[in-house]
Design a protein. Structure first.
Length: 698
């Protein structure tokens, strides 16, 4: 028997110690002068105004590394970001720079940190630390339960749980009453909904407490409540964090702004990084006031500006600077770059949106073939989703692959598919999918009843026979009323015939589908705008069959390459709203629909205070472009009966900052040959359509 003596060797894992004076990183050589100053100033709070493409993330990452190297313990640092992805990327980059993981550093989204704080200190305000978090789907399901148990009568057009939850969430995050939220953001809802929504909100709150659950909004509101009501905890946290860093400060809401203020103790250094010129998310509850008022909230704060842009040409930045200067409520700054001079941005006007789409397609193909610019290096940006309709149809017809960023393609959206399904059912009695879809839209008709009705419909030889038949054997009660409403609509549509597609669509909307949208979708106004544009677009078709064929082409297009040997399947032009494009960049950017009422959005005529955010949105769109920028607008509606005025954002900037392209095309009407006596349309504020046309063409 052999005895083996094992010797245990002790190895001590030492805590990370900052390098002190002997820094691992040469900050002076790795940062520009603007970034270096913001990274290395450790005296007091700082507001870092990071212009578009100026290296905001790099500045934050190096700031965290610098703090640790200067002896600040990681657990005394709080890094707040707006996405978990951003937090992980930043901390990974810090780890790479320091060659060691910064253990103990508090980093994450506001909601992530709020969850952690409430797990530790929530008992102080009656929150059980074992609470569960309701994700978006859980919250919606609970809101549905509350709505079903609510003690009031509601009709089929009463807002659904999604919309009610959105109203409640906005009320919490912007610290305003439900009544004010409805009046300002959901004005299309009936006047009597406010007390009913308030009762649902009260029941929702009770059920969350009973279930020991918090939703995402609670993670912020309860965190703020803790800081405001428990002074001992507030002081403990304010003492704990020596340095608080907040990313995208222009996108914070009321709750987040108050939380940062209360987390900052007398010796805490708050560094807020953001750009007031890119504050574009007020519809989500963000307020630009947080960043604009930072110097008032933190009187000792110094302001640093990152104005060196590493993305765009001097000509693009010149136009961006010229535009944003018209905002009164802003910090003065001017983007500059070391990139070489290039062509000026281009402005082009077109007869209508179809001609504009033809230009975008032609120019994209030219850039691909003549300048060897990949499709994935080009993007088409627009203010609202409905503006993509003509572009998508033109791309599909030409087999130009495209990706719709952050959302569905135009004809893939539920409300568009609903309306088109009515047309398909009218056109083809045997279209089972279309019939089932429109049947399920009716009150009282679910999947089972819809299938029973469809089975009977499919047995008839034509639509007229199907609509006149009795369905008493398959439906009754509420479902019978739903079927009667649909049958009446289809009968009226069949009377119009199939040669007036836009009239058919308008009838569908007037039949009550517009009210269905307001009840079922939180972004009802945008969806109604989509449908209005679809009606306009359909007016160009002589037959329903031709329209549906083109729709099918759009729906069936899967993004194949233009020519198999020219482009890889992965290459595609990006289509995006400007909101979805923030933070991204492309070599070539097309901004379409630059007409008053389109961009800026028509809402500014009712809410003039929103004009500055619209201008910031234009600024964001312009600064997505690296090398080439094309701006355009249609002068006429698709119907040809309404004239558009060029966007205020174009007319207010110097013409020296862009080139006008004179587009030669087969326009439907050459207004330059019209005499004043021939002009039928006159707008007292704008002048005759001829005057406007000539002015915009000059």
């Amino acid at each position: 028997m052999f005895l083996i003596n094992l010797v245990m060797v002790k190895y001590v894992l030492k805590p990370f110690e900052a390098a002190g004076k002997n820094l691992l990183i040469d900050y002076r050589s790795e940062l520009n002068d603007e970034q270096f100053t913001a990274v290395t100033d450790l005296n007091g709070s700082l507001l870092v105004l990071a212009g578009a493409g100026s290296g905001k993330t790099r500045t934050l990452v190096y700031r965290v590394a610098y703090l640790i190297e200067k002896g600040i313990k990681p657990d005394r640092i709080l890094l707040m970001t707006f996405t978990n992805k951003a937090s992980k990327e930043m901390l990974n980059r810090v780890e790479i720079l320091l060659k060691i993981k910064p253990q103990g550093l508090w980093g994450g989204t506001f909601h992530h940190v709020g969850n952690r704080v409430l797990r530790i200190y929530g008992k102080k305000i009656g929150i059980n630390p074992d609470f569960t978090i309701l994700d978006s789907e859980d919250a919606r399901d609970l809101a549905k339960v509350c709505l079903s148990e609510a003690d009031f009568v509601r009709d089929k057009y009463f807002p659904k749980a999604d919309t009610i939850l959105k109203i409640i969430s906005l009320s919490v995050n912007v610290n305003e009453s439900i009544e004010k939220i409805v009046a300002e953001r959901f004005s299309y809802l009936a006047d009597d909904v406010v007390p009913k929504i308030e009762s649902v909100a009260a029941l929702y709150k009770v059920k969350k407490a009973k279930a020991n659950s918090l939703d995402y909004d609670d993670l912020l509101s309860k965190w703020l409540e803790l800081l405001e009501t428990d002074r001992a905890t507030q002081q403990k946290l304010a003492t704990k964090f020596q340095h608080i860093l907040v990313d995208e400060y222009q996108d914070t809401n009321y709750l987040q702004g108050k939380i940062i203020k209360l987390l900052a103790g007398p010796k805490t250094c708050v560094l807020a990084v953001g750009d007031d010129s890119q504050s574009i998310y007020s519809f989500r509850g963000a307020t630009v006031k947080n960043i604009l008022n930072f110097p008032k909230i933190f009187p000792d704060a110094k302001i640093y500006k990152l104005e060196t842009n590493y993305r765009s040409t001097p000509q693009i930045l010149r136009l961006a600077n010229d535009s944003i200067k018209f905002n009164l409520n802003q910090f003065d700054k001017k983007l500059k770059t070391n990139k070489s001079d290039a062509d000026k941005p281009v402005l082009a006007s077109f007869y209508d949106a179809n001609e504009q789409a033809d230009f975008v397609c032609q120019r994209i193909l030219e850039l691909q073939s003549d300048q060897n610019i990949g499709l994935n290096e080009m993007a088409v940006l627009f203010r609202a989703h409905y503006q993509s309709l003509e572009i998508e149809m033109a791309f599909s017809k030409r087999n130009i692959p495209y990706d719709m960023r952050g959302g569905l393609r135009f004809f893939e959206q539920a409300h568009i598919k609903d309306v088109v399904a009515h047309l398909k059912a009218l056109n083809n009695l045997n279209d089972e999918i279309a019939w089932l879809r429109i049947l399920r839209l009716q009150p009282g008709i679910g999947e089972a009843i819809a299938r029973r009705i469809w089975q009977q419909i499919s047995s008839f030889p034509d639509l007229k026979t199907a609509l006149s038949a009795s369905y008493a054997n398959v439906v009754g009660g509420k479902a019978a009323s739903g079927w009667s409403t649909l049958a009446h609509l289809l009968y009226e549509m069949s009377a119009i015939g199939q040669n007036s597609v836009s009239q058919l669509m308008a009838l569908i909307l007037k039949s009550g589908y517009d009210k269905y949208i307001t009840a079922n979708f939180e972004n009802a106004t945008d969806r109604i705008d989509d449908l209005k544009e679809l009606v306009e677009y359909a007016s160009t078709y002589e037959t329903l069959e031709k329209f549906l064929s083109d729709v099918a082409l759009s729906e069936g297009f899967k993004g194949q390459s233009i020519v198999d040997y020219q482009a890889a399947p992965a290459e595609a032009v990006t289509l995006s709203t400007v909101h979805q494009a923030k933070g991204l960049e492309w070599k070539v950017v097309f901004i379409i629909g630059l007409a008053d009422g389109q961009f800026p959005h028509a809402k500014v005529f009712d809410f003039p205070d929103q004009l500055e955010e619209e201008r910031r949105l234009f600024y964001v769109a312009v600064t997505r472009a690296k090398d080439q920028l094309y701006m355009s607008y249609p002068m006429m509606s698709v119907r040809g009966d309404t004239f558009n005025r060029v966007s205020q954002f174009i007319s207010e900037i110097s013409e020296a900052n862009y080139d006008k392209w004179d587009i030669e095309s087969g326009a439907k009407t050459d207004y330059t040959d019209l005499a004043d006596g021939d002009v039928k349309y006159v707008d007292e504020d704008r002048g005759s359509i001829l005057d406007i046309y000539l002015k915009n063409r000059r």
